[in-house]
Design a protein. Structure first.
Length: 92
């Protein structure tokens, strides 16, 4: 059985950008849930950058969950910042 790499670059090469980042965060923190949380956070940030309306529709139901609401708001903020930096102004 092949050894799983521990550095970010090889993990991303093996598992892809989203899953590899989650695997790396899980290895660094020792929290297995990071394997799921990090890809969802990055995905929400990407969706927010691509389409703010879709992001708003996805995050609206999360408003009542305290910790998740904060993470979703942070991902949405990162996505809108990325959208601005890429010059994709508009409402999507």
């Amino acid at each position: 059985m092949a050894r799983v790499p521990t550095k970010l670059g090889p993990l991303m090469k093996r598992f892809g950008i989203l899953k590899g980042s989650g695997e790396f965060a899980a290895k660094q923190t020792g929290i297995k849930a990071m394997k799921t949380v990090v890809p969802l956070f990055l995905g929400l940030a990407a969706i927010s950058a691509a389409s703010p309306r879709t992001s708003a529709a996805l995050t609206a139901p999360l408003a009542t969950i305290p910790v998740v609401n904060g993470a979703a708001a942070a991902a949405t903020g990162i996505g809108s910042s990325l959208r601005t930096r890429l010059g994709l102004n508009g409402t999507g």
